[in-house]
Design a protein around this ligand. Structure first.
Ligand code: UGA
Length: 441
């Protein structure tokens, strides 16, 4: 935000949880000149922040933390630092459980600790708003609100629980924070809405996002609906893309044309090997599971997940058109769930490598940054230090992540034993001398 307006009326803000959402939020508010305390139970993270460094890799974040640490941003493990905070944001993990629903133990523990700390030692006569940033389903948010109400009912400290869901993308979190399409406030009172608006004031003033005020459960549903819709959009274009492939049609030409219809929009129409990451798969599954608990079977979201699971298998089927994977040396290019990150959570490369191993292929994998986490997941496969190294002597290459450097590959394909390339992300140029298969084109 530097170089843009800083906030007119700085607020005392605490942010509990310093993952990628919490750190981006704390740093972003500190950069607007709010007085921010980041609270995390992990001492190493607290030390890193206080040393002016980012605990996570996110473009632009390190610079903001370097210039705000010790000034408008401090970090601590001590919850009593929140007792003078007007707004207390909670941004802790809500991991998935075996049935797909979310586990709110950490969220509940952090929220209850915050409430108890405020009830015991509030330094603000005007009270506090605790704002849930974590992604939590409406039924579980409602249960949390009941818990909080029962703990605050006997107290004369005014504590309100609100929700302000996050729409940041990994890799562009800082930019997304500073220039969102919308900001959603799930609130019970005008006071909470006004405080939240004051916190985001420079963004609202300079970027004019839509500001939506609603109740907390609806706000949390907006987050799930947003991710479910985008995930479903990818599965729809993948479904269309698979049909295009069968018909011998290029799905990207089709996508470009339908993207001109403003009701469809050109975004999120890249068909291929499917969506991964920590959010889409988890959030869609949570919605399916908790809808089922409420008595509704969500057929479209079921199909969204099913289709996404099948895309890597289609890569293998295309490979099998040209070669029997048993005993073949197969290069897997790209392990991260998307370019620009070393995050492999739900990466489509994981089921692909499993499928290749099952068929007896000898897998050699390469990613510019995501090899270390994948090596932990699959220690038994071979890892190359470069794309060229992976291609050298390979019988086939499967392209799983749209890293720019894969688009620049050229004569490197000449070193393959049998240059068969199955492209899952439309990043490789067709060229003479290689047998090229696009997943949906
Ligand atoms: C996603 C949402 O985009 C954010 O708005 C949301 O805040 C975030 O989840 C979250 O809930 O925290 P992210 O997981 O960082 O963000 O990743 P995206 O850039 O949305 O990509 C997700 C996956 O979809 C990637 O695997 C990507 O390769 C795939 N994708 C995306 C496609 O296959 N085709 C497309 O056209 C677009």
């Amino acid at each position: 935000m530097k170089g843009e307006e800083s906030v007119r009326t700085p607020m005392r803000i605490a942010v509990i949880g310093s993952g990628y959402v919490g750190t981006t939020l704390a740093a972003g508010f500190a950069d607007m000149n709010h007085d921010v305390t980041a609270v995390d139970i992990d001492e190493a993270i607290v030390k890193t922040l206080n040393a002016g460094e980012s605990p996570i890799h996110e473009p632009g974040l390190g610079g903001i933390i370097a210039r705000t640490a010790g000034e408008s941003l401090t970090a601590t493990t001590d919850y009593t630092a929140i007792t003078d905070a007007q707004l207390v944001f909670i941004a802790v993990q809500t991991p998935t459980t075996a049935d797909g629903s979310i586990n709110t133990d950490a969220l509940r523990a952090a929220t209850i600790e915050a409430v108890d700390t405020l009830v015991a030692g509030s330094e603000r006569p005007d009270g506090h708003v605790i704002v849930i940033k974590s992604t939590v389903t409406p039924p579980k948010l409602a249960a949390l609100r009941e818990d909080v109400e029962s703990r605050t009912s006997g107290s004369d400290i005014d504590i309100e629980l609100a929700s302000n869901p996050e729409f940041l993308r990994e890799g562009s979190a800082v930019a997304d924070f500073s220039a969102p399409d919308k900001i959603v406030f799930g609130i019970d009172s005008k006071r909470a809405g006004d405080w939240l608006e004051q916190a985001f004031e420079p963004i609202i003033a300079t970027k004019s996002p839509d500001v939506i005020r609603t109740d907390p459960e609806t706000a949390s549903m907006i987050k799930y609906a947003n991710n479910a819709f985008l995930a479903a959009k990818i599965s729809v274009i993948n479904d269309i893309g698979n049909i295009c492939k069968e018909f011998g049609i290029d799905a990207y030409v089709v996508a470009e044309a339908i993207g001109t219809d403003h009701r469809i929009s050109p975004e999120f129409l890249r068909s291929g090997v499917g969506f991964g990451g920590s959010c889409f798969p988890k959030d869609v599954r949570a919605l399916i599971a908790e809808a089922a608990q409420a008595g509704y079977h969500a057929p479209l979201l079921d199909a969204t997940v099913e289709l996404n699971e099948e895309q890597p298998t289609r890569m293998v089927s295309l490979l099998e058109k040209h070669l029997n994977p048993a005993g073949a040396r197969v290069a897997v290019l790209g392990l991260a769930f998307k370019p620009g990150t070393d995050d492999i959570r739900n990466s489509r490369s994981i089921p692909l490598i499993e499928a290749l191993k099952k068929r007896g292929a000898q897998v050699v994998a390469y990613d510019p940054v995501a090899t270390p986490p994948m090596r932990e997941r699959f220690p038994e496969i071979e890892y190359a230090n470069s794309a060229a190294g992976a291609l050298d002597g390979a019988d086939a290459a499967l392209v799983m992540t749209a890293w720019d450097e894969f688009g620049a590959l050229d004569t490197e394909f000449d070193t393959m034993t049998r240059p068969i390339v199955v492209d899952g992300r439309r990043i490789i140029e067709r060229r003479d001398g290689i047998t090229y298969e696009g997943l949906t084109w």
